[in-house]
Design a protein around this ligand. Structure first.
Ligand SMILES: CC(C)(COP(=O)(O)OP(=O)(O)OC[C@H]1O[C@@H](n2cnc3c(N)ncnc32)[C@H](O)[C@@H]1OP(=O)(O)O)[C@@H](O)C(=O)NCCC(=O)NCCS
Length: 283
């Protein structure tokens, strides 16, 4: 599939635009050149005249008429209010206040200092569906990158086994070219075992959809989580799993194999045991 890699906005004042996006959204620069700044949010800012090199001097000389609608950046955030306030404090002009929109998102709009429309959205009723996901082949570098970012490594130690999750098949939600959800699994003779599950954007149904994909093969599915991970325990039960075993001291034993496993996790709880859950009603 063709992937959108970057959106480049032509701006009149590079410093002003960079300040707006950096301080308004907390994005950091990953490229800084005299007439171009690229931010890790996937947006590049270019001095309009710099486009002369590829768009020709005539096009590059024409200023963008303020108030003209050309395109919009649609940003998904957890809480839109504070983000909108920050953007306005950084020179954004409110265009439409935060409100529930007919497509189910709660969205407020500001214009950036160059007049580009920026929508700040709390994704609402529209839940991710299993058919929105795509399979991930073993060794996909995007999966390795996500695992590295989330867990600091791709190797998982569970039940006394070392498993390289990046070498497993899985499913992912890909948005704007980036993985925002990933499940990896390993097929055993008797059961399909989930090795990692990550939803970067909580509460959008990503976790549920990823589990549905894993389950679609019709095999019994097992998941393992650690005793401190109460959110995951809640999530798994909510999507139809129940605890079938507790491996007391399993994480202590794993730590002997991998010293990087932290001693304390969610809420400062010591991480010691593995909880094993299986899908209710599946033999
Ligand atoms: C656990 C995790 C994958 C959940 O993903 P998610 O996309 O936020 O979950 P969903 O939006 O699909 O939620 C599905 C359902 O579970 C519910 N749920 C989620 N967390 C819950 C919790 N802690 N307690 C009870 N229910 C919970 C949701 O309300 C939702 O219910 P609904 O469908 O009836 O509305 C995600 O929070 C995550 O990545 N956590 C960090 C990594 C991790 O711990 N992975 C698992 C360890 S192996």
């Amino acid at each position: 599939m063709t992937r959108l890699d970057l959106v480049i906005l032509f701006v009149e004042d590079l410093e002003r635009a960079a300040r707006f996006y950096r301080e308004g959204l907390g994005w950091r620069a990953r490229v800084e050149a005299p007439r171009y700044i690229e931010l890790d949010g996937g947006v590049g800012l270019m001095v309009r005249e710099a486009a002369a090199a590829f768009a020709g001097p005539e096009r590059a000389a024409r200023p963008f008429p303020q108030g003209t609608l050309r395109a919009e950046l649609y940003l998904a955030v957890k809480e839109a209010g504070p983000v909108l306030a920050r953007l306005e404090a950084m020179g954004g002009v409110s265009v439409s206040p935060l409100a529930l929109r007919p497509w189910g998102d709660t969205v407020g709009y500001v214009a950036d200092p160059d007049g580009h429309l920026v929508a700040v959205a709390e994704r609402g009723a529209v839940k991710v569906r299993p058919e929105d996901l795509e399979p991930v082949a073993p060794g996909d570098p995007r999966a390795a990158a996500l695992l590295q970012a989330r867990w600091g490594k791709t190797e998982i130690v569970l039940d006394g086994r070392r498993v390289d999750a990046a070498a497993l098949p899985g499913f992912a939600l890909v948005e704007a070219g980036a993985l925002v959800g990933l499940v990896t699994y390993q097929d055993h003779d008797d059961v399909r075992e989930v090795i990692t599950l990550d939803a970067l954007d909580a509460g959008r149904g990503i976790g549920r959809a990823l589990m549905a994909k894993v389950e679609a093969a019709g095999r019994p599915v097992r998941v393992v989580t650690t005793n401190d991970n109460l959110p995951a325990l809640g999530f798994y039960q909510r999507v139809g799993y129940r605890v079938v075993a507790v491996r007391v001291g399993a994480v202590d034993r794993s730590r002997a194999l991998d010293r990087r496993i932290p001693t304390h996790g969610h809420g400062g709880l010591p991480i010691t045991d593995e909880w094993v859950l299986e899908r209710v009603g599946v033999q």
